[in-house]
Design a protein around this ligand. Sequence first.
Ligand SMILES: NC(=O)c1ccc[n+]([C@@H]2O[C@H](COP(=O)([O-])OP(=O)(O)OC[C@H]3O[C@@H](n4cnc5c(N)ncnc54)[C@H](O)[C@@H]3O)[C@@H](O)[C@H]2O)c1
Ligand SMILES: [Zn+2]
Length: 387
Amino acid sequence: MAEFPHIEYDIQVPYCLRVFFTKNAFRVGNPLFRDLACSQENGARKKTLFYIDKAVAATHPDLAGDIESYFGHYQEDLDLRGIHFPDGGESLKNNSGCLDKIYADIQRHCICRHSYIVGIGGGALLDVVGFAAATAHRGIRHFRLPTTTLSQADAGVGVKNGVNFNGKKNFVGSFAPPFAVVNDFSFLKTLPDEHLRNGYVEAVKVALIRDAAFFDWIETNVDSLNQFEETVMEELIHRCAKLHVAHIATSGDPFEMGSVRPLDFGHWAAHKLEQVSNFEISHGAAVAIGIAIDTIYSVEMGYLEKSSASRVLSLLTRLNFRIYSSLLEKRGDRGYPLILEGLEEFREHLGGRLTITLLKNIGSRFEVHEMNEELVLKSIERLKTLA
Ligand SMILES: NC(=O)c1ccc[n+]([C@@H]2O[C@H](COP(=O)([O-])OP(=O)(O)OC[C@H]3O[C@@H](n4cnc5c(N)ncnc54)[C@H](O)[C@@H]3O)[C@@H](O)[C@H]2O)c1
Ligand SMILES: [Zn+2]
């Protein structure tokens, strides 16, 4: 193309992905949020609009009052414009009206690019609020305060956001690093056991693709994790979040322009299973099954030792995850297994060639560009027997 007259400049946009750890972020006396908000120097009081997952607000009845007191205490610096309480969970991502509602709030509360939008909730709420913030006025700075183990360890600490469209996961979304992530462990106290557990599976995932020592650590700490011991859960979240952020920051492809997405190990099947279940199966539960499928498939293809696969399945089972669902056998009108459609949908979502991460060892992954459908189905059969 050099022979054509053209104008070309490199544009480099520096981003900083930062995750802070604290407890009771909005207790007066905890300066973290105020200091972060004021780190953007323009002198003005920082207009801030909150979205709190309704389930979080219901289980933390003092939270909204604490935020009001906090903003009252720091009123020279902070300007509270409103607190809204949308329903959290996947139904929010499936609700096509939710974005319009947030855009209308942003307009009504005069939120500008120098203001902040704060999402407090599970990964689903953060995905929706993050997308609205990334697109209103072409980008408003947003804070994420994840309130589930899964979102503190994974979903909330990355650079992606999105909503579902026509039943397809994350079909509409953007890459927009948050202004800051604040992992406040005190939110986890009210999280139901099922959701406390869900974060563990993303830790198993990232350990499998990046960090064998972390996998060993999870194995050693299964009992404490099953008892939801605070310090052990907090360490798991910290290590898992660090591995995710390190991968995004250092892999050379933070906005996924290529096709390699190791952090989505096990996710091609998981996303399809969530959809086939009509989102009755949670993301965490689906990822456990997705990891189990790709682990067995890695053995079937001769890449991974059977003994390593046994360790993976045994760890998932000991953490009380199911490794099989009868929905994996569901077939479409023409008799084609629905789960296999997940491969093409995954490819389409990424663009380019199909790229699936598999294991050659615990802590060591590689990519393939095709999946043998018969062996995928055989792997699922094998899981059925094992389950
Ligand atoms: N953007 C990304 O990079 C990324 C990565 C992984 C997953 N995700 C997305 O994250 C979502 C899953 O997130 P999740 O596992 O946090 O589930 P979730 O957001 O669906 O939350 C689970 C449930 O717990 C409730 N809840 C949240 N915090 C609570 C608390 N502290 N106390 C009581 N109830 C609480 C919610 O209202 C919801 O009903 C999926 O939509 C997934 O696609 C996004
Ligand atoms: Zn995930």
